[in-house]
Design a protein around this ligand. Structure first.
Ligand SMILES: [Mn+2]
Length: 406
């Protein structure tokens, strides 16, 4: 038994507002599907962020449908969970993956947490935000107990884990149950393949370069998916790389040698099939950033899809180092400030609220607060209303007030 594991395909993402980049993500997804079929696997697992948003465009939906039907034609079913991008954190909402159930997509959800594929037990959950940590841990505990009855088991999750993800994580590595054979994870866009539990823990990485901070890992590990040989309880991992449709060129130029630097880049990219994205850092700029920008544009503009210049003044080098430090950010500052409350649940609530409110997700924020109060104070808004109603009935003189209120 063999399966393919992929994640974070982010279909529909229009990077830098460019339609060309949206198409690149579709192109890569199509290539991945073809390669999966070539690999002759028995099934596929997608670990979330299939789509960029919870309301994907028709083109994004159709691209996935085409891939899913192609796999179906080859007799390969797909199991999928929703990630933080394709989920709306509301009680009554459903992820877009649900649309494809009739086409055979096996959606792993809090209601359908597990499946059997032959002798393989496949269990998982969609993305849970930090404020839902207690629920997530309880659910993981349930799944772990079920997995104990099987020799071969897979746990599918879309979460950040402290060991691999700096500070912005939901789970600590010790929170993961240790009796699964394969951990099919999503969320971290870099490739990670680690020993854990009874086998391996893998983040296959994102399908395309979603953010430029993935470039370092891309240079080292490429982008793609993994094929897991699960003949034995100890799974064997094979990384399958997929060529990106377009190059990202990252270069550092010195203002004092600008012309030769530009000529070097021109020479590198002049024969590219697709115009690359240029990430340029120009050091030692004295003051004439406009002039430098115009020169770069004049020389390279026609050869590049986009040029992203970053000017670094002579005395700015030290500042840059601090800004690039991933430990410093609004969430980290929030966390520091909330230490005074000494309550992890409150801190997590604040971080999730910051995340939603900075994206104008007002309904989700409201739901989040209601959920928090329900769990934290073991009461709900409805319960409070009921109690009030009873009081009103007990005291006849208040009935009139109630009628007025209604
Ligand atoms: Mn993602």
């Amino acid at each position: 038994m063999k399966f393919a594991h992929l994640a974070d395909t982010h279909l529909g993402y229009r990077q830098f507002g460019l339609i060309e980049r949206e198409k690149d993500f579709y192109e890569v997804f199509e290539k991945v599907i073809d390669k999966i079929i070539e690999e002759n696997v028995d099934f596929v697992i997608h670990s979330g962020d299939l789509f960029e948003t919870a309301r994907p465009s028709p083109i994004a939906l159709l691209t996935f449908q085409k891939g899913l039907l192609k796999l179906k034609g080859a007799g390969i079913p797909m199991y999928a969970i929703a990630g933080n991008h394709d989920i709306v954190m509301r009680n009554d909402s459903i992820p877009p993956q649900i649309i494809f159930k009739k086409l055979g997509l096996k959606v792993i959800s809090p209601i359908n947490t597990n499946y059997m594929h032959g002798d393989i037990f496949i269990a998982g959950l969609p993305f849970y935000p930090s404020s839902q940590l207690k629920n997530l841990k309880a659910k993981l505990d349930e799944l772990s107990k079920k997995a104990a009855n099987h020799e071969k088991s897979v746990l599918v999750l879309h979460q950040g884990i402290d060991k691999y993800f700096g500070y912005n994580y939901e789970l600590e590595i010790g929170d993961l149950p240790d009796n699964f054979n394969y951990y099919a994870l999503g969320h971290i866009h870099n490739y990670i393949n680690d020993a854990f539990g009874k086998g391996r823990l893998v983040y296959p990485g994102s399908g395309e370069i979603w953010k430029t901070n993935e470039l370092e890992d891309y240079a080292k590990n490429g982008k793609g998916f993994v094929v897991v040989d699960f003949e034995e309880p100890k799974p064997l991992i094979k990384r399958v790389k997929v060529d990106m449709p377009r190059e990202f060129i990252k270069r550092s130029l010195d203002y004092n040698n600008l012309e030769s630097g530009i000529a070097g880049i021109k020479d590198t990219i002049k024969d590219f099939d697709k115009k690359p994205i240029l990430d340029l850092e120009i050091r030692n700029v004295e003051s004439d950033t406009k002039g430098v920008y115009e020169l770069i544009n004049e020389e390279l503009g026609d050869l590049a899809l986009m040029i992203r210049p970053n000017f670094i003044m002579d005395d700015e080098l030290d500042v840059e180092v601090i800004i690039n430090d991933s430990q410093v950010g609004p969430k980290q500052i929030l966390k520091e400030q909330l230490k005074a409350y000494d309550d992890e649940a409150v801190t997590n609530l604040a971080i999730d609220l910051y995340e939603y409110l900075s994206k104008d997700k007002l309904d989700e924020s409201k739901d989040l607060i209601e959920q928090f109060y329900e769990e934290y104070y073991h009461t709900s808004v409805e319960n409070i209303e009921e109690i009030e109603d009873e009081t009103l009935l007990e005291e006849p003189e208040n009935i009139q007030t109630k009628e007025v209120l209604e």
